[in-house]
Every structure is written in C-alpha cells, then in structure tokens.
Design a protein around this ligand. Sequence first.
Ligand SMILES: [Fe+2]
Ligand SMILES: [Fe+2]
Length: 213
Amino acid sequence: MSRQLSATDQWIGQFDSVLRTLVPHAAQASRPSPAGELPEASLSEVEREHTVGLMRINHTGEVCAQALYQGQGLTAKLPDTREQMERAAQEEIDHLAWCDARLQELDGRTSLLNPLFYAASFGLGAVAGAVGDRVSLGFVAATEEQVGKHLDEHLHELPAADRRSRAVLEQMCEDEAHHERWALEAGGMRFPLPVKLGMRLVSKAMTQSVYRL
Ligand SMILES: [Fe+2]
Ligand SMILES: [Fe+2]
C-alpha cells in the first residue's frame, strides 16, 4: 500500500512539475531576478520584437532543460549526484521564471511550441538516464555547452540599451557553465564532435521556429 502511495505521489509530483514548467507565470524562482532594479530601456518596436524573440528562445531552452532533468530524474541512478542534479534543476527553474518575467515586461509571450519541446526533451532525458549515468551526465554537459553558446550569441545580439535582459542572460551563462562543469566532473562522457554538431543542428531548428512561434 505504501509503495502504491509513493508511486502515486511521484506521479502527482511529476504532473506538478509539468504544469509549473508549461503554464506561463507558474514557475517560482528561488533567487531574485538579476535584472533587479535596473532601469527599463526605451526600445524601438523593431528592437523590442527582436528582444522578445531572443528571450522566447531562452525561455524555451529552459523548458527543455527542465524536461531533460525531469526525464532523467525518473530513470537515472545517479547515487552520488542526485542532490547536485536537483540543485541544478532548481537553478533552471530560476532561469525559466526570470525569462518569463522578462517576456512579460517586454509585452511578449512564451512559445506555443513549448509542450512539443517539453515532450521531446523529457523523452530524450529519460532514454539517456536509462542508458546509463555516464551518458546521461554527458548529455547534460553537451546540452549546457550548447545553451552557453546560444546565450553568448544572444548577449551580442541584444540591443545595447537593454540592461535588464542582459543581466538575466549573464547570470544564466554563469550558471550553465557551472552545470556543464559539474556534469563532466561527476563522470559525464564527452560527446564526440559529430554528436555535438547534430545537437547544434537540432537546436538551430528549434531556435528558428521559436523566434516566431
Ligand atoms: Fe538554464
Ligand atoms: Fe543549466
């Protein structure tokens, strides 16, 4: 009976995580946004729309990160690193909430494609976790590296005046580099270049669709 209850609890917890990730404004950050009291920039309409597109991509990236961590949390063993993984997942919730808040401030919305990307990333995370911890941690490291590259590009592309978005992305960049280092130190395998290039292509397709949708 207690085993049955704990399985039910697990499913409720899982469902709660799905809702918190996918329902706009539902994610609760544990740290205040790095945008803090920085002044809002006066952007032209073109600049505002471009920034919304970029922040929407970053928000979807965080939806994928959540799904990846949740998927592998379900199947991976990770006896020594589960606590660290949960801490990283909490930091991804912060990123999710900060991007969401920034989109609201810019009068933008989150991507309509998020449920699709959530499902795909959850599946990939669960498969990687089931294959083994070395692969699953390697997948985290490769994903974080990819996200870091996107963030760098976006930091160059943001309108110079938008210090609020910049502060958010800079903190995310720092956190993602930390997650990547942790996953490698915890024993994650370094994915070969062709796999990383494949991941880069998939993420390009993702960013181009989410920029608009
Ligand atoms: Fe993140
Ligand atoms: Fe991360």
